[in-house]
Design a protein around this ligand. Sequence first.
Ligand code: GDP
Ligand code: MG
Length: 380
Amino acid sequence: VEGTTVKELAEKIEVKPKDIMAALLAKGILATINQPLSEEAMREVAREFGYEVTVRSLEEIINDQQDTLAIETDALDDIEPRAPVVAVMGHVDHGKTSLLDAIRNTRVAAGEAGGITQHIGAYSVEVPDPDNREKLRRIVFLDTPGHEAFTMMRARGAKGADVAVIVVAADDGVMPQTIEAIDHARAAKVPIVVAINKIDKPQANVERVKKELSDIGLICEEWGGDTVMVEISAKHRRNLDTLLEMILLTSDLLDLKAPTKRLASGVVLEARLDKGRGPVASVLVQQGTLKVGDPFIVGLHFGRVRALIDDRGRPLTEAGPSVPVEVLGLEGVPKAGDLFQVVDDAARAQELANYRQSKARMAQLMSSAARGLEDMYQQM
Ligand code: GDP
Ligand code: MG
């Protein structure tokens, strides 16, 4: 952030200001202790001390204050590989739900530890690592009904998924929502894996599907292109292991990593008011580790984590990057796609939530006032 001084950076990464000044000097930058650093200089210097700097826009304007930007520093050792998050998209009835159910059931049947399936907007499965069969790796599938999570998150500027699986029924071919889904994935710069589904059907015509996909720029590897296409039957659970392996190989090219030690942040997948438990949100943790007791802000609401529950209904004490988890302890119901942020100062978060609520109420008043005026004009 423009404006972060040598002193502030020194405090963040716990080194002496004079060491930072010396490191800057070695790069030909002469700086005093209160000198604001450029983002570039800050990044370079922090790296030398083993920290990665991320700039994030923390909060909106509180009262009359200007937008406050904040920096986060993560020790490089605290940045670890994370599981890929996959969105399954495609035309209606092409088999998205069947595929998600089949993957989930297959992997659970394959001997994963028990628990009862809970629909929390996403689930994890463990899959053998293509490079080392002994090792299991996690993949997270978004399974929000209607699959709007990906689009919702995109609309709010969050990256919803790392890989998109586009399901195309082999007996129906490329349809309008297939194209829409591909457009979404492309706009989000998310790599695509195509699952050509329903290959068990007598009317299945895989070649035709590949031809139609090539017409819109997705060319399979056998035809000299670089789009991975896997022929599957969700109904008969055929080739699902190959599909999962291809998802892992595709995500490996992305070198997905996330900081694990910082205050958690993530995105809301689903939220609702539960009769017994109050407001409940399913959250996908994207950075840091979420812990029971953490105060947080989510959308317009403040909260403090009372319990964390995973996709098998098991209680957790903490959840790291790429872990979908149900969170209890909210003061209100957020929206799917809202950002979730743990804060170190609960009072300030409460204040920010109040501010956001009054801003939202104001926006609502304005829009109903505008509608009122419109009605008045129409009656004149
Ligand atoms: P969605 O709308 O994309 O979620 O599609 P569904 O998963 O609800 O599937 C639509 C219909 O296709 C259902 O009747 C499924 O049983 C059927 N279906 C899904 N996958 C397969 C498959 O691999 N083979 C066959 N024969 N039918 C399938
Ligand atoms: Mg469905």
